[in-house]
Design a protein around this ligand. Structure first.
Ligand SMILES: [Zn+2]
Length: 346
């Protein structure tokens, strides 16, 4: 990750706020725009790129093309982010930021896990067992998650940034998680400028990762459903998403202390899972032709990321990737608890 080289470039000239008001508590519709622009400038103001031979010639020098990108902050009460590489636009909804902040605030357990993660980078098996077995922790997490879902639903009626969170006090964990989201979108942009050869090579790796992860799933209903759903086109779409996740993580990992990196990573994937449930309810597996189900995407990227480091997944789970794994596990237990409640099963 590097700072932009062009001294005349000012990110603030390239950020646009679109689609509504940030607060309804003021007569002036512009209240909060400066705060939000500054916040997004903090998120967006770094660039990363790959070696020239990976890009198609018409996009070189890539730095010039990077400077053409418009960063759009959406102000609708929806959680969404996308990249339109043809129009050179990357858009992130402000609501996504508030959902990230709220989600990170429920995770008291994070501190515990951060501590475990720093313990010579090894997680004692007893610690893993503590978290696996601690039903009270899962129930508490589930309650907090439920109240978050209720607040998110409420926001659709009355969207006010300043009621939801205070942009000035966003934690570093949340900022890193949001950077992963931003880099995911930027990775779509870079990928679209790559040569066919580079694209094929990357998609080949992630397609294999997807197939291997699916075949390693337990022989339960999900596995069959996923295998029946998947065809070549869907596999390609899913591979593009997984590639963007992987590119984002690999490009960010050297800019962040490893002890502070994997919890935000888990937070990012947990948010994807939370939004899936928020949107579709507790119906079980959600299959989409464009994106892998959040829980599966998480496992696929976890495995591929370990592979990119040259570490077997099992070893990665017990070392650097421990906090990622534990946070995921905690989050899945919370969702499972909510699902049991919603469906009235024990
Ligand atoms: Zn994407």
């Amino acid at each position: 990750m590097k700072k932009r080289e062009n001294k005349n470039y000012n990110i603030l000239d390239h950020i646009r706020i679109e689609g509504g008001r940030i607060t309804t508590n003021s007569e002036d519709p512009n209240v909060g725009y400066d705060i939000v622009t500054e916040l997004f400038a903090r998120l967006f103001d770094f660039s990363f790129s790959y070696s020239d031979n990976q890009y198609r010639k018409e996009f070189l020098p890539i730095s010039e093309h990077l400077e053409k990108i418009d960063y759009i902050v959406g102000v609708k009460p929806i959680a969404n982010a996308y990249c339109n590489s043809y129009k050179n636009e990357v858009k992130i909804e402000l609501f996504t930021i508030s959902t990230f902040c709220q989600l990170s605030s429920i995770m008291d357990i994070v501190e515990k896990m951060q501590y475990y993660g720093q313990n010579n980078n090894e997680i004692p098996i007893t610690t893993l067992k503590d978290i696996w077995d601690d039903k009270q922790v899962h129930i508490k997490g589930a309650e907090e998650l439920k109240s978050l879902f209720n607040r998110w639903a409420d926001v659709s009626n009355r969207w006010d940034l300043f009621d939801l969170f205070s942009p000035e006090i966003i934690q570093d964990t949340t900022i890193t998680a949001l950077r992963i989201l931003f880099c995911h979108e930027m990775s779509h942009w870079h990928f679209s400028k790559f040569t066919d050869q580079t694209q094929e090579l990357m998609l080949g790796i992630t397609k294999n990762g997807i197939i291997n992860t699916i075949s390693s799933l337990k022989e339960d209903g999900n596995k069959k459903q996923i295998e029946n759903f998947l065809n070549d086109d869907i596999l390609k779409n899913w591979a593009e998403e997984v590639t963007a996740d992987l590119m984002a993580l690999i490009s960010l990992k050297n800019t962040v202390d490893p002890n502070d990196f994997f919890i935000p990573t888990a937070l990012y994937f947990s948010l994807l899972g939370a939004l899936e449930v928020f949107e579709h309810g507790y119906t079980g597996l959600i299959l989409s032709t464009t994106h892998p189900p959040a829980y599966l995407r998480d496992i696929i990227v976890f495995n591929l990321f370990a592979e990119s480091l040259g570490i077997p997944s099992v070893e990665f789970t017990c070392t650097l990737g421990g906090p990622w794994f534990l946070f995921d596990y905690f989050f899945r237990c919370c969702l499972h608890q909510l699902r049991k409640e919603a469906l009235g099963i024990e």
